[in-house]
Design a protein around this ligand. Structure first.
Ligand SMILES: [Zn+2]
Ligand SMILES: [Zn+2]
Ligand SMILES: [Zn+2]
Length: 186
């Protein structure tokens, strides 16, 4: 344990888990007062346990159950900053650990996808490079003749520059048709 890691305080609880259910004592202080506008409308207020100010309920974040927290958003934000200043390392370590975990899953997923679709990806990359270089021109859709949202379809990924041009919607339909045929085994 680090020397500067103090015992958990109320600050810590509120900062680390902002949406915890406040204790009963914190929740008892909601009351209605007549607003000072003079129109006689009622306004719900609550006294913040930190700054002690009586504020409109708009200044209190709600728990998932819909109850206002014990301290107002102003104090709440100050708490978060204080916690970060005090426990910077701990906060950063937690963020990093989360990042590392997702990154590993994402990379593993990408690698697998890459293996599975390597040929497809390479063929598509070759097409877009060829189009950019001017070696290949995007044609109109084979089915409807539009020139908008044109995609290249490969009948054979090992021949990357042999493409059939289809608009994105006809391309989707074409693949649906292929899948259907595939299932039937014809
Ligand atoms: Zn406050
Ligand atoms: Zn089309
Ligand atoms: Zn295709």
């Amino acid at each position: 344990m680090h020397a500067n890691q103090e015992t958990p305080t109320c600050d810590r609880m509120h900062a680390a888990r902002p949406l915890v259910q406040p204790s009963k004592a914190c929740m008892t202080r909601v009351h209605s007062t007549v607003s000072r506008d003079g129109d006689g409308s009622m306004e719900e207020t609550k006294r913040c346990i930190k700054c002690g100010e009586e504020k409109s309920l708009e200044y209190f974040r709600l728990t998932p159950a819909g109850n206002p927290l014990a301290c107002c958003t102003v104090c709440h934000n100050i708490n978060g900053r204080k916690y970060y200043a005090k426990h910077r390392e701990r906060v950063l370590a937690r963020v990093k650990a989360r990042y590392r975990k997702t990154r590993e899953t994402v990379q593993a997923y990408d690698r697998q996808r890459y293996r599975e679709h390597r040929e497809k990806w390479l063929a598509r990359a070759r097409v877009s490079i060829a189009v950019r270089k001017g070696d290949l021109t995007r044609g109109p859709c084979d089915k409807c003749g539009t020139t908008i949202n044109i995609e290249g379809h490969h009948d054979d990924y090992s021949k990357p520059l042999e493409v059939r041009w289809l608009c994105s919607s006809h391309h989707k339909r074409f693949h649906a048709e292929l899948r259907r045929r595939c299932k039937k085994g014809t």
